[in-house]
Ligand binder design. Structure first.
Ligand code: ZN
Ligand code: ZN
Ligand code: FE
Length: 763
């Protein structure tokens, strides 16, 4: 058999995922000699010598049996004469090199099946140990202080390895070979239980004791990998009601963590696609439809047809649920309202101590706070509501390469910043609503930390067109400090380009629908049809403008917005005065509101979100927005299973899709005495009207402009009925339809669009 030498270069996500020990194992198995090494450009270099057929099977095995977290995008092989310069197969260490720009920082990985098996095995030395991890699982990003990703650069530096752990760590054939978070009961972090003011509770098994307390109705803070959660039982309402009071969260749904998949199936409907997501390495929260015989407390996700569920993703969570009699626990981020998630033990007593009864803590530092990710399957594709733990800060690899390093800061709500380098977009973890000092500081430090980890130097800093956003202020501050220019990008333009960037589209007709984005004319946009290409955008269509009496108040109390839309029609006053109970100050407010409308001095909005909110209040579904998107989300839940009894044909005049007519028709029907059985169908009809109108309008524009691609984005794209309907019509018109699948269609994905627009315009 002829011997050859092969030089192999593997690209993709191949570092920090156990790729080298895997290569070592298959090479040794096949009797090959040579070496494997991580290169600074995030690729892996392999040199092997041996019979040609063995090298062929080696390459096959590399693709077929690769470690669960590895992703291979390219393999280059070149063959040559053997040099016989290897005696065996070697792993070269990454710590021998520094980091370079664009290195991949691995995201956290949920506990793997092998670790779960050991956790449950009484003969294993990690039996019942809460911080069990291996090369295939455990915290990564949340534990990294600096690169390269080695133990001394992680929060594990505080825990010197014991003899047994270090021999596993050194053994290339062991699953924990170079697992930086390796630990055991002898040398690793410890878990303990305290009261809410720090008094230690003596007990044999703090996790078991915590589970007992939660089952009994107590509220317990639980320190995880990326931050604290607050946990309660799910089959009783009392602790959840108490939690809502202390957190000032009247209606906002809480996520839950279920014991296992079987438990989930007792209260929710799980499709194959959703099951795959639940069990994927990120273990995100997945929005699932409540089942017919849903039996958990209605307090968890009031008024909604779905519920956010995740599986335990650390040993600690797994043991906690294992010891519980409950099918699931409420597991909501522990943070004072509007502030970032709590990560430090002392901080926890101060910031959330009074909100909880007990605390289940450990003594390992959380380096980077990282909230749970939230995903929903919308019309068959993955839609991120929040892209954070398990995904951030791994880069999104784009089909195009961009010439400039750009930092983009997003908008104001659900912010995640983006660093664009070449064909890689690095998005930060979820930062939240940048309205208070705490989130502002969090955003600042998250960008600094990410930029340092990936050695990024900005050449341009991008922000939203809104002059008043905190992120606009921060962009200017950063740009001045480093001496680089800034660029302002229109909100919906950025939304549309976030989709185009994912697919590498050069031009598209974009439908961007959300609550609010600052328009180039100073008005509040939110139902836009834009033609986007390399040069910018043209606003070719939008929803009808309506007065928004009281500005933000009209978003908080949708009845104000409904009056704004109805204003000018002959039922406006009658509707308003027979619905004064929907205004906090009743009749008096209605009178002032009417004067306000008559004055004509109101900001105008083309927002799709506000139209949906108005229908929600008119149909009696929701009268106050206590969290972002609430009225529209409840309207969607209400519409499930409905049909279009209104049957209105969309009215498009010039560049405007009429919405008044639809809202008016629904208001008229309700004023004649609303049959509660019709609420569902009317909710469905309203959504159908918007979807039909937008899809037909956009298709018409696409065809007349000669553009083949139509994209749909913005927060309204989470609405399954609207998205599915738009897709159907667009595709029936012979056009291609796209939505976001890698970044959120909501404002969490805005920074990707901003960055790509800036790189294109300035490159
Ligand atoms: Zn593992
Ligand atoms: Zn140990
Ligand atoms: Fe938006």
């Amino acid at each position: 058999m002829e011997k050859v030498r092969a030089e192999i270069r593997v690209s993709g996500i191949v570092q920090g995922v156990g790729f080298r020990p895997f290569i070592y194992r298959i090479a040794v198995n096949m009797g090959l000699k040579g070496m494997v090494q991580n290169l600074k450009d995030a690729t892996v270099r392999i040199v092997v010598e041996g019979p040609e057929s063995s090298i062929k099977s080696f390459l096959d095995a590399m693709i077929k049996e690769k470690p669960p977290l590895a992703r291979i995008t390219k393999v280059d092989v070149s063959y040559s004469e053997p040099k016989n310069d290897f005696n065996d197969f070697k792993i070269m260490m990454s710590s021998e090199q520094g980091s370079v720009a664009g290195s991949v920082i691995p995201a956290d990985v949920a506990i793997c099946d092998d670790c779960i098996r050991e956790l449950l095995d009484p003969n294993d030395r990690r039996f019942g140990y809460f911080f069990i991890t291996c090369t295939n699982c455990g915290p990564r990003f949340t534990a990294i202080l600096d690169t390269p990703y080695d133990r001394h650069n992680t929060s594990m530096r505080d825990f010197p390895m014991c003899k047994s752990c270090s021999s596993e760590y050194e053994d290339p054939l062991n699953r924990r070979f170079h697992a930086q978070t390796i630990a055991c009961p002898e040398c690793g972090p410890i878990v303990y239980l305290t009261t809410n003011d720090g008094e230690l509770i003596e007990c044999k098994d703090p996790i078991k004791e915590a589970a007992r307390l939660i089952d009994e109705g107590y509220i317990v803070a639980v320190k995880g990998n990326g931050g604290f959660h607050v946990a309660t039982a799910t089959t009783i309402s009392e602790p959840i009601i108490r939690l809502r009071k202390v957190k000032h969260r009247r209606q906002k749904p809480f996520a839950i963590m279920a014991k296992d998949l079987e438990s989930i199936k007792t209260f929710a409907v799980v499709s194959d696609q959703e099951e795959e997501l639940l069990k994927s390495p990120a273990h995100p929260i997945v929005l699932l439809r409540k089942s017919e015989d849903y039996y958990l407390s209605e307090e968890i996700a009031p008024g909604l047809h779905n519920i956010g569920v995740m599986l335990p993703y650390t040993g600690l969570h797994f043991l906690l649920l294992l010891n519980s009699k409950e099918p699931a626990y409420v597991m909501t981020s522990a943070n004072p309202s509007g502030e970032p998630i709590v990560i430090q033990n002392q901080e926890a007593y101060i910031r959330i101590g009074k909100d909880v009864d007990y605390m289940l803590l450990h003594n390992r530092e959380i380096v980077n706070r990282c909230d749970d990710s939230v995903v929903r399957i919308v019309d068959g594709s993955t839609s991120f509501i929040r892209r954070s733990r398990g995904y951030a800060p791994e880069p999104i690899v784009l089909p195009h390469e961009y010439g400039k390093n750009v930092f983009a800061l997003g908008g104001e709500l659900n912010v995640a910043a983006c660093i664009l380098m070449g064909d890689r977009a690095f998005l930060t973890q979820h930062i939240g609503d940048v309205e208070c000092v705490e989130t502002y500081e969090f955003l600042k430090s998250a960008i600094h930390h990410l930029a340092r980890l990936i050695r990024a130097q900005p050449e341009l800093i991008v922000h939203d067109l809104h002059p008043g956003f905190q992120t606009t202020r921060l962009a200017k501050e950063l740009a001045e400090k480093i001496g680089v220019p800034t660029l302002a990008v229109q909100h919906h333009h950025a939304h549309v380009v976030s989709v185009m960037a994912e697919y590498g589209l050069e031009e598209a007709i974009g439908i961007a629908c959300d609550g609010f984005g600052y328009g180039s004319d100073g008005l509040a946009w939110g139902g836009e049809i834009l033609l986007c290409d390399g040069n910018g955008y043209h606003r070719l269509g939008h929803l009808e403008n309506h007065p928004m009496p009281g500005g933000d108040l009209a978003a908080k109390y949708p009845a104000r917005m409904a009056a704004g839309i109805l204003f000018g029609s002959n039922i406006c006053e009658e509707w308003l005065f027979s619905n004064t109970d929907k205004l906090p100050r009743g009749r008096e407010e209605a009178e002032i509101l009417l004067k306000q409308l008559k004055s004509g001095r109101n900001i105008k909005t083309s927002s799709a979100g506000r139209v949906l909110d108005s229908v929600a209040t008119i149909l009696g579904v929701c009268h106050e927005r206590t969290y972002e998107g609430e009225p529209a989300m409840k309207l969607e839940s209400k519409a499930i299973g409905g049909s279009d009894i209104l049957g209105l044909k969309p009215e498009i005049k010039g560049r405007v899709l009429n919405t008044k007519h639809m809202v008016e028709s629904i208001a008229e029907i309700t004023m004649k005495g609303l049959d509660p059985k019709k609420v569902r169908d009317l909710a469905f009809s309203a959504q159908n009207y918007l979807a039909l109108g937008l899809a037909e309008f956009a298709s018409e524009i696409a065809i007349s402009e000669g553009v083949r691609n139509v994209v749909f984005t913005g927060g309204v794209a989470y609405n399954e009925q609207i998205t599915a309907t738009i897709r159907r019509i667009v595709e029936n018109n012979g056009l291609r339809f796209y939505t976001n699948t890698k970044v959120p269609p909501g404002d969490g994905g805005l920074s990707l669009g901003q960055a790509v627009i800036a790189a294109k315009l300035s490159g």
